[in-house]
Ligand binder design. Structure first.
Ligand code: DOR
Ligand code: ZN
Length: 468
């Protein structure tokens, strides 16, 4: 089957050119001068549209298996397709967690039955406890391993334990200490992988909670119990570990201006430190809590205008390499609890691209930069480039076509996730993904997923692992 996307403007991180894209089967077979005559089975006339390498969301908690009341893989990949995302990277902390090659392959098999987009899998580092499994995880093709800095884990499920008090020590895996993390970094460096960290140092969080001396009641209380220092301390230590070992250390969901400064300083010294932020940190501030309530409760928390501005500067100057949604759904009932008790996490995979397109149309960020930060840069970081993240000959024909002029309103009711609520409900945005192709097949048209599940696992290409 051959198809032609004709008349669009092709956006790459370094250029925009009018060109037609020829798809043959699952691959890109050519970039042709616009209007070139070719024989194809199907033709899409896309004059006035922008053509991006399929967008990638590197930070999705599918909750599958383990918490089907919150989300499952079929729903979150449908939501991804609807929003113009053609590959997601699934976080390892579903239950059971992905901690070794066996759980990795098992998860891949389960997901392939229901996936509407392609997916990579994260592995979980539990410190010294599964250090010996990291080579097998990378060998299996894990895109990166993640450590939840300072968190206890449930020994049987490897689920995060937010309140270890009262649970028997035998039932818990204690948080890795810094020496253990140094060893994890050494191992990941040797394997040529990436270690990513949830950066909120838990002993600082505990001290801050003690200082407050009562339950969280207001959003200011929440910010006081999750201070910037908790994120900054992890990033500063992470930079030292990366410097000492050569390990590529990636800060996920960075939320503070101080974080941006620390990452920028480390990069200036050529330390292999990279960072991700999320749409909620770029579009919302603490002031929105009055209107949005617990819908916007997320960890690390959404902070002030100054942090938001610093994060945008980090996006613009390249300090931030990647933007992920941190799609972390909870049920409406759970979210309807008090600010202290409601679980943290936003529904986000479907709104990632629309919010970033809207930011581009208001001049916050260039369209070319989006091609990097939502596609090529992310694909390179996680070792899936140039199969993903590139509109070039032989690459997977994953393509997102955008109407830059479409003005429309985000509505929770119309989301494809199991959870149909969003902090951006009722917000009018400019720019919309109108077509998405996954390995040559149409998977989304006008914001609706189309076709049967055909998503497959994409494994990290990992030369160092092959050699060992
Ligand atoms: O708010 C959050 N929710 N932050 C995280 O890092 C984890 C996530 C979840 O899994 O609920
Ligand atoms: Zn997350």
């Amino acid at each position: 089957m051959r198809a032609l996307l004709s008349g669009g403007m092709v956006i790459t991180p370094s250029s925009r050119v009018r060109a037609d894209i020829l798809i043959d089967g699952e691959r890109i077979a050519g970039m042709l001068e616009s209007g070139a005559k070719v024989d194809v089975d199907q033709r899409y006339e896309i004059d006035g549209m922008l053509v991006f390498p399929g967008f990638i969301d590197p930070h999705v908690h599918s909750r599958d298996p383990g918490a089907p009341e919150k989300e499952d893989f079929a729903h979150c990949t449908k939501a991804a397709a609807a929003g113009g995302v053609t590959t997601i990277l699934d976080m390892p902390n579903s239950m059971p967690a992905v901690v070794d090659a066996e759980s990795f392959e098992e998860r891949a098999r389960q997901h392939e039955d229901v996936a509407h987009v392609d997916f990579g899998l994260w592995g979980l580092s539990t410190g010294a406890e599964n250090l010996g499994e990291l080579p097998t995880l990378f060998k299996a093709g894990a895109v990166a391993v993640k450590v939840f800095w300072g968190y206890y884990l449930d020994r049987s499920t490897r689920a995060l334990v937010y309140e270890p008090g009262g649970i028997h020590a035998d039932a818990l895996i204690p948080p890795p200490d810094v020496g253990e993390l140094l060893e994890v970094c050494r191992t990941v460096a040797r394997l040529g992988g990436v270690l990513a960290a949830h950066c909120e140092e838990s002993s600082i969080l505990r001290a801050a909670a003690r200082d407050l001396g009562r339950d969280v009641e207001t959003y200011d209380d929440l910010l006081a119990t999750r201070p910037v220092a908790a994120e900054a301390a992890c990033i500063a230590l992470g930079a030292e570990l990366a410097r000492a070992t050569g390990c590529r250390f990636h800060v996920v969901h960075m939320a503070s201006g101080r974080g941006v400064e620390l990452v920028r300083q480390a990069q200036q010294k050529s330390i292999p430190l990279t960072a991700e932020t999320c749409p909620h940190y770029l579009t919302l501030t603490a002031a929105d809590h009055a209107a949005l309530g617990t819908t916007m409760k997320v960890f690390p928390p959404i902070r002030d205008e100054e942090d938001r501005e610093s994060l945008w500067r980090g996006v613009a100057d390249g300090t931030i390499t990647s933007i992920g949604s941190d799609h972390a759904p909870h049920t409406l009932e759970e979210k309807h609890s008090s600010l202290a008790n409601a679980p943290a996490g936003v529904v986000g995979v479907e709104t990632l691209v629309p919010l970033m397109l809207d930011a581009a149309s208001s001049g916050r960020v260039g369209m070319e930069r989006l091609a990097w930060i939502l596609s090529e840069g992310t694909a390179r970081l996680y070792g899936i480039y140039p199969r993903k993240g590139a509109l070039r000959l032989g690459a997977d024909a994953d393509i997102t076509v955008v109407d830059p002029a479409a003005t429309w309103t985000i509505s929770g009711d119309r989301l494809h996730s199991k959870q149909r609520f969003t902090p951006w409900d009722g917000q009018t945005v400019r720019g919309r993904a109108v077509l998405a192709f996954l390995r040559g097949a149409l998977v989304m048209q006008d914001g609706e997923p189309v076709g049967q599940p055909r998503g497959k696992l994409v494994r990290r290409a990992n030369p160092q692992v092959e050699e060992t």
